[in-house]
Design a protein around this ligand. Sequence first.
Ligand code: NAD
Length: 315
Amino acid sequence: MKPRVAAKRVTPKAAPRAQAARKRSAAPLIGKLVIFGVGLIGGSFALALKQKRAVRHVVGVGRSRANLLAAKRLGIIDEIATDVAAAVSDADLVLLAVPLAQNAAVLAQIAPHIGAKTVVTDAGSTKRDIIALARRHLGAQFSRFVPAHPIAGTEKSGAKAAFAELYRDHELIITAEPETDARAVAKVAAAWRMAGMRINRMQAAAHDRMFALVSHLPHVVAYALVGQIAGYKDAQHLLAHTGGGFRDTSRIAGSSPEMWRDVCLSNRDALLQALDDYMAEFERLRGLLAANDAAGLEARFSGAREARARWLKLK
Ligand code: NAD
């Protein structure tokens, strides 16, 4: 005889309720995501969320039709927006991942149309600028703008460069303002956590000074180094004989000039200070070299090498 299995009684009234609860629990974190700028950063965000089934529908808005078509073909977005107003009016989350100089126009375009519950966030490399722009354009809706910066990237750009693992085990910095809605922050943090990031918070000014030093300055240095070598008459000959040192130091000079032009201008004051400090350090090294000060040079190089070893241990 078959053992009797105690079945849970579902009354006709409870059935639709249970169904609704099941539907709710299976609902993705984000229903509709609209991405402005489906490049490395925006595209990788979409792919990471899709991999975790954390988003139901992704709409892409872009400047280049060819890039958007590639994004659709690669399964990064489900739809290319034909009407931006309609796209953002019922969006759960809008991500701005365009070159920084485009943010003002995008914010002006979406401000009159974003839904009452839509959360807007960005992934830009500088934070004071976008906060000022969002405050100006979004008005009363500014509380649902969450400024954020994923500390992950490569020197490649465009949808074809996007990959789901870009953010795994990296840091996301949120620079919320006093007015920023805590639920909006929680939503944005949850989405980036799904993409594999750990979340940190700091003030926008502290963020901009920090990244002027550890990110924007190194990019200017790489562009300057390659520009200098390429400027010599015998550049072809010089570059034909480069080794690992030049390759490693110049890697980020392969980054998008448009993006880095905008980052530099957007963080101008902090970057100018960083460059002044860098030039002072250069002058110090030049002085030691000019004076044939072997011990002085070795001490500076040793100090830097030890600092780098300590930094690598922290990583
Ligand atoms: P990307 O060039 O790969 O992508 C930017 C995309 O924006 C392009 O597809 C471009 O066609 C599109 N675009 C340009 N103007 C637009 C407009 N007005 N409307 C809609 N789309 C537009 O660049 P990325 O590396 O993905 O960088 C995007 C943002 O992310 C930048 O603001 C940058 O500061 C930030 N960021 C970049 C990195 C990095 O290492 N690449 C890291 C962190 C943050």
